[in-house]
Design a protein around this ligand. Structure first.
Ligand code: NAD
Ligand code: UFG
Length: 334
């Protein structure tokens, strides 16, 4: 297939590009590099043994996206481009609606004008809010509490409407739980700008000595050790879920949503111990107060993805930690 991959220079997008190319698909990336670097394209090429097409630009630019679709005879789109910081979205909600919602709008306009009928969209488990039951399945009530989550929900709803108006369209919303880890080459991985917000990149930078100590946000949750529990999924498993979603769209139209997780939760303290074991470094930490907006525990019901997409995560927690450390070590080595 000829796939337009938006946000393909980012953390998840670069892994999706590698997996798509390994599966024999032609990949054209559109990325405005607002949170990434063009050098990632060279690293994707090094891993894949051939180069994806790269177009620097914004997904809201309908003309640019239409040109790319025509140039590469695109038949499917995987849409990952967007902003993703929950805290920033609370401070600058309009920035999130502008980039995420208007970006998706531009992309959908271009797809409609060029009659592209398959779309995979990166949504988030954040749309479920504080879980009312566990594991969280796809029909769990949606309860967003920040502009980032609401931007994802708006896009999911836009896709529902477009699928009703264009019955030939197929759209799969993939609701990611907590992607971590890196490609085994150590060439691509998660390297956020500034101080990391998420647990794993923060732990990695404590291990490397760039940051002094981890703050564990609360040890008084109703979980076995009191720290927050999440469903961490290896980014390569997540990337493979996108290829499975594309396959699904070859025989299914309409709107669909699937959780991508492992179905099992780990606490912050379990993550620290697992990372220490894989890296051989100690992770100094202190317990601080809870972070506003955090939930105690979240993990996915994965039956729907297993049945519908014929996909399930296979990589271990050890692999998640070892590959994240491998990426960091390779970065440090230049
Ligand atoms: P990332 O910031 O590393 O990658 C996003 C990429 O999109 C970047 O390369 C950025 O330059 C690009 N981009 C942003 N806005 C753009 C625009 N308007 N036009 C073109 N390019 C644009 O983030 P990521 O972690 O790889 O996340 C990818 C997607 O997955 C995002 O939509 C995010 O919301 C979603 N997601 C991520 C997580 C997570 O924990 N990482 C969890 C759930 C959902
Ligand atoms: N945590 C710490 N210290 C840190 C960072 C995180 O103790 O410095 C804890 C959090 O309190 C939480 C756990 O580690 O218990 C995971 O936190 P993350 O920030 O890594 O992940 P979240 O589950 O809060 O959110 C992430 C993404 C969201 C996405 C969501 C999907 O940031 O964008 O996963 O489940 F929507």
């Amino acid at each position: 297939m000829n796939v337009l991959l938006t946000g393909g220079c980012g953390y998840i997008g670069s892994h999706v590009a590698v997996v798509l190319m390994a599966a024999g698909h032609h990949v054209a990336i559109v990325d405005n590099l607002s949170n990434s670097h063009q050098g990632v394209v060279d690293r994707i090429s090094e891993i894949a043994g051939r180069s994806p097409a790269f177009h620097r630009g914004d997904v809201a630019d309908v003309k640019l996206v239409r040109d790319v679709i025509r140039e590469h005879s695109v038949d499917s789109v995987i849409h990952l481009a967007g902003f993703k910081s929950v805290g920033e979205s609370v401070q600058w909600p309009l920035k999130y609606y502008q980039n995420n919602v208007c970006g998706a709008l531009g992309l959908l306009e271009a797809m409609e004008a060029e009659s592209v009928a398959h779309l995979v969209f990166s949504s988030s488990a954040t749309i479920y809010g504080d879980p009312r039951y566990l594991p969280v399945d796809e029909s769990h009530p949606q309860h967003v509490i920040n502009a980032y989550g609401r931007s994802k929900l708006h896009i999911e709803d836009m896709l529902r409407d477009v699928c009703v108006s264009r019955p030939s369209l197929g759209a799969v919303c993939l609701r990611y739980f907590n992607p971590v880890g890196a490609h085994s080459s150590g060439l691509i991985g998660d390297r956020p700008r500034g101080i990391p917000n998420n647990l794993m990149p923060y732990v990695v930078q404590v291990a490397s000595g760039e940051l002094e100590r981890l703050k564990v946000f609360g040890d008084d949750y109703p979980t076995p050790d009191g720290t927050g529990v999440r469903d961490y999924i290896h980014v390569m498993d997540l990337a493979e879920g996108h290829v499975a979603a594309l396959d699904y769209l070859s025989s299914n139209s309409g709107w669909h949503a699937f959780n991508l997780g492992t179905g099992r939760g780990y606490s912050v303290l379990e993550m620290i111990r697992a990372f220490e074991a894989q890296s051989g470094r100690s992770i100094p930490f202190e317990i601080t107060g809870r972070r506003q907006g955090d939930v105690a525990c979240s993990y996915a019901d994965i039956r729907s993805a297993a049945q519908g997409l014929n996909w399930r995560a296979t990589r271990s927690l050890e692999d998640m930690c070892a590959s994240a450390w491998g990426f960091q070590s390779r970065l440090a080595g230049g």
